[in-house]
Write a protein that binds this ligand. Structure first.
Ligand code: GLP
Length: 265
């Protein structure tokens, strides 16, 4: 049985579940059951509509929703394809982009969008605990996984503490590698926020996404063991390519007591 007929088999027009959701779930089930690999074409809107007797508009709604979730992607004029599985971004470890990609068997890469010396804005100055107008190194990089742009990272670091960063070619070097090996900095801990965001025109063009595509926005300040800020970083990750993971413990009574101690100290 072809995939379009297999989808049709799973549809129950009398069920209460909206038809577009039925098509969406059936498509995922068929991709999984038939082991359709990433980058293989799925049946077209017309084929699914003909096999199921469901309007093309409803089928389109199901496909669009799977594209937004990053399960499928389209190539104009070619069709709709199964997307690669999402990259896992662990939240509990202080790792670099290079380390995270390598761990998952992906080839990390960077394209430098801007590398400049500039005076600290009031916000950057607060984040890095320096005086406003202190000279900073600003590095904007498009981060690549197997050659595909997956994130835009903008980092600010003090040039007083790290003179010479301007001379380094960050399309070839990892920032954490440079900080550890050339400046002998120990990246000890960080505070990071994650928020939902959408791609404006510039981000959409850089990340090869439609305008308003959903993104994961991170903001991180990384500190050395003496609690001195090292980097302030704002990044936008493609949410169709990443999912976040955290491992959780039970908060037992003893742990609870320890936590209370820590927070009330
Ligand atoms: C991660 C962090 C950034 C950090 C970067 C360094 O993506 N979110 O805060 O600057 O890694 O990456 P690399 O060492 O690969 O240049």
């Amino acid at each position: 049985m072809g995939p379009a007929s297999a989808i049709a088999e799973l549809i129950d027009k009398n069920a209460a579940k909206p038809l577009y959701l039925q098509v969406k779930d059936a498509l995922l089930q068929v991709i999984d059951a038939k082991g359709i690999p990433p980058h293989r074409r799925i049946p077209s809107e017309r084929e699914i509509s003909e096999a199921t007797g469901i309007s093309r508009m409803t089928v389109r709604q199901a496909i669009r929703s799977l594209i937004l979730e990053g399960r499928l992607y389209t190539v104009p004029g070619k069709g709709t394809f199964v997307a690669e599985p999402k990259i896992e971004q662990r939240l509990q470890h202080l790792t670099s982009f290079t380390e995270e990609m390598t761990r998952q068997g992906l080839r990390p890469g960077s394209q430098v969008v801007e590398a400049a010396r500039l005076p600290a804005s009031p916000h950057c100055a607060r984040m890095l605990q320096v005086e406003p107008d202190t000279p900073l190194f600003y590095l904007a990089r498009l981060r690549l996984a197997n050659g595909t742009p997956v994130a835009l990272e903008r980092a600010w670091l003090s040039l007083e503490r790290f003179p010479g960063l301007v001379e380094i070619d960050f399309s070839q070097r990892s920032l954490y590698d440079v900080l550890r090996n050339e400046y002998h900095v120990s990246l000890d801990h960080a505070v990071q926020f994650v928020e939902a965001a959408i791609a404006d025109e510039t981000l959409a063009a850089l990340l090869q996404l439609p305008r308003n595509a959903p993104l994961l926005a991170f903001e991180r300040v990384t500190y050395d063991p003496d609690d001195r800020p090292i980097e302030f970083v704002q990044s936008a990750y493609r949410s169709d390519r990443f999912r976040l993971s955290v491992s959780l413990d039970t908060l037992s009574e003893t742990k609870n007591a320890v936590q209370r101690l820590v927070f009330t100290r």
